[in-house]
Design a protein around this ligand. Sequence first.
Ligand SMILES: Nc1ncnc2c1ncn2[C@@H]1O[C@H](COP(=O)(O)OP(=O)(O)OP(=O)(O)O)[C@@H](O)[C@H]1O
Length: 362
Amino acid sequence: MSEEKILDIRDLDITFQTTAGAVHAIRDVNIDLYRGETVAIVGESGSGKSVTMRAAMGILAKNAVINHGNIEFRYCHDDGTAEKVDILTKDKKWIRRHINGKRIAMIFQDPMTSLDPTMQIGRQIMEGMIWHYHTPKKEAYRKAVQLLDEVGIENAEKCMKAYPHQLSGGMRQRVVIAIALACNPDLLICDEPTTALDVTIQAKIIELIRRVQKERGLSVVYITHDLGVVAKVADYVNVMYAGKIVEKGKSNEIFYDPRHPYTWGLLSAMPDLDTDDDRLCTIPGSPPNLLHEKAGDAFAPRNVYALAIDDKLDPPMFQITDSHCAATWLLDPRAPRVEMPTELKRKIERMKKEAEQYGGEL
Ligand SMILES: Nc1ncnc2c1ncn2[C@@H]1O[C@H](COP(=O)(O)OP(=O)(O)OP(=O)(O)O)[C@@H](O)[C@H]1O
């Protein structure tokens, strides 16, 4: 993997001011991303995945307050030279001109939220090139046809003239990917990119993202609660709970040697071929209300393995390997020895066996 760091999120801490009070949405988040790498951020709804990446794109809501932290992005100028910029110090105008849709592109769950229903596909792909690079119209047209071809749309010329409603869901998501690639970004953020699609199309879109990533040396961040997708794509995984990263590591560390009870819960809830639905365990309870912060570990009320200290002190990150760490008091040397649930152990063994059959890939 390349040593060129594209994104470096350090100690990011964000609160939203609302009429009901302050919502502490992001707590001391750290994420690194190198060129060509894929990092996944997983967690239940409301855990802070999207806010973290919206901060990285410089598009936080007006009521967001950055308590502390910085987001260093390797910004590549049009002449190929690069400098590190702190996204959080840049104004909206600079971000719009230089970052959004140019160096960082985003793909959302529902393609219709990114597509303009009243505009032909071709124009939507050409728009970014014309706005960001002043590409002449004819050249932008030619490049747009090429992009549609690249994302696997068969009759690209015809598609250029079509409107979004004339395409299937899968085709629309391909168009969204073409738009995202149009300005040759360094970083692609995929926010639940396949959730709205049916399973066979999901696999094709993931394969497409993987292919363009490899061909273009793109860095990709996946935001998802679907661990099945994560297993297929991610080099590194960050597990988020209540605005905090509670476990992070290489994909195989998170899937084969998870240490945080929340990660155990997420993995236990992940369907696999041998689990019948009746035995799928969901995590008891629901995510906390971030308006009312409690002392100690935010996950404690839902954690059957919680220790007395969990109600008093938030656990620090315990290092397991160079790349793997988890914030749970169970990893403290003084804690009683607690093993992951037997059912999960069996599931992990099955995953390992399956992976061996497919040449070691998760
Ligand atoms: N503008 C805002 N004002 C107040 N609270 C906000 C705002 N934006 C986000 N939040 C809160 O911040 C928390 C994190 O939200 P975020 O959208 O990042 O979650 P998520 O993990 O991406 O969830 P999902 O999977 O549902 O998209 C949530 O509690 C959300 O309600």
